[in-house]
Design a protein around this ligand. Structure first.
Ligand code: F3S
Length: 398
């Protein structure tokens, strides 16, 4: 891989140990995947934040790093709401470690709004064609597919290295030739809302890590594309997909029809919704983190109702602050709006044995990451399960 004189000096340690380690990671990846050089990136999104997933070894590694990031960089969800962590009964020991991790990242100049939907935040814009180094799989999928930006599936350390250098190795999804669809997927029914997460869950298993192009009968909204991509990245390893007539590259580029064709029928999606007699104790919404439209919908569905099961709705701190009226309505029902974390990366979920979700990604991950069964439904079904469909009576308190 070609390195400039300055990059060679960094690799020789002339700019300090942190940058030497950072460039070593990028050069090693570049050599494995055949990159020709390093290219500048616009931003980085760094996973590996929850103490539940990185533990003491991760904390130690981050704490030893020095310097400042060269491009805007932001964190993925942590293991708890950074301010209101006691509400989900996080232990003080866990909270202490989690705060140390966030502080260690902050010292490097990284924005500590912990979210997997950074593209919804003020001052973190992403545009078509931008090169990025992002590491949360649903955010990667959204950036590549829905926005038309370019990022590989970075790991936490490589995204952090890219942030510190302001560069990444030029391979994989940064190159046109790797963004071409390899398999075509036709869906034989029209879809709405959580059907897209169910489709992603089914399709991801069939597609693996290839690039699909979908032919759909219905036109998805952005939140529906977010759910589709998140689920495919979890049940498979899809980092980029196209939807004919919808996603930007499918509209601008003249892709050839792939030879391999997959057909998905309604009955395959219906299987995802089957609860098989499982009874959820916990209801969770917001994987990926809820958008403004999803918070609004949750508020409308919960207005005037009281939850009788523990109910958590996850979003970013910034969106929660921007829409206090939705948060108030949701919390008047007894449901909790939780910032900075999610049902998968927080240890709080581990105390439940069955969790209802409206996300194909959470449906795939909750069993392995939280040791609980998962049940799938749309947002309305989740809220009906949470409230038992009951209106709030005068005198109910929350
Ligand atoms: Fe985001 Fe957590 Fe889901 S990081 S995509 S809410 S598993």
């Amino acid at each position: 891989m070609y390195l400039t004189k300055e990059e060679e000096q960094i690799l020789n340690g002339e700019a300090g140990e942190t940058l030497r380690q950072a460039i070593q990671i990028l050069v090693a990846l570049g050599d494995i995947y055949g990159a020709d050089r390093l290219i500048p990136i616009k931003s980085a999104q760094i996973a590996g934040v929850s103490y539940k997933t990185i533990g003491d070894a991760g904390l130690e590694w981050i704490s030893d790093l020095e310097g400042q990031v060269k491009v805007p960089a932001i964190l993925n969800p942590a293991g708890m709401d950074l301010e209101d962590w006691e509400r989900l009964r996080i232990s003080p020991e866990f909270a202490e470690k989690q705060k140390e991790i966030v502080q260690a990242y902050k010292k490097l100049g990284i924005r500590c709004e912990c979210t997997c939907t950074p593209y919804t935040l003020e001052g973190f814009s992403v545009n078509y064609g931008d090169h990025l180094a992002w590491s949360e799989s649903s955010a990667i999928s959204y950036a590549n597919s829905v926005i038309g930006a370019r990022t590989n599936r970075e790991g936490g350390p490589s995204a952090l290295s890219a942030a510190l250098l302001g560069k990444t190795a030029n391979y994989g999804f940064h190159l046109d030739k790797n963004r071409v669809p390899e398999v075509s997927v036709s869906v034989e029914c029209s879809l709405k809302e959580s059907d897209y997460g169910a489709l992603g869950y089914v399709a991801g298993k069939l597609i693996g890590n290839r690039v699909p192009i979908f032919q759909l009968r219905s036109k998805p909204e952005k939140d529906e594309l977010k759910s589709l991509g998140a689920a495919m990245a979890a049940s498979g390893a899809v980092a980029l997909y196209h939807v004919k007539g919808v996603t930007p590259e499918a509209c601008r580029m003249d892709f050839e029809e792939p030879e391999e064709k997959i057909i998905i029928e309604r009955s395959q999606l219906d299987e995802v919704y089957e609860s098989k007699g499982k009874e959820p104790e916990l209801i969770t919404i917001g994987c990926p983190h809820c958008s403004a439209a999803e918070l609004k919908k949750a508020a409308e569905l919960l207005k005037g109702k009281t939850v009788s099961k523990e109910t958590w709705i996850f979003t970013s701190r910034e969106l929660a602050e921007r829409y206090p009226e939705y948060i108030r309505t949701i919390e008047e029902s007894g449901a909790k709006v939780v910032r900075d974390t999610c049902m998968v990366v927080s240890p709080a979920t581990n105390s439940y044995s069955c969790v209802m979700v409206n996300s194909g990604k959470a449906f795939a991950y909750v069993p392995g990451m939280c040791g609980a069964q998962s049940v799938y439904g749309n947002m309305e079904a989740c809220i009906n399960k949470a409230t038992g469909g009951k209106e709030r009576k005068a005198g109910d308190s929350h």
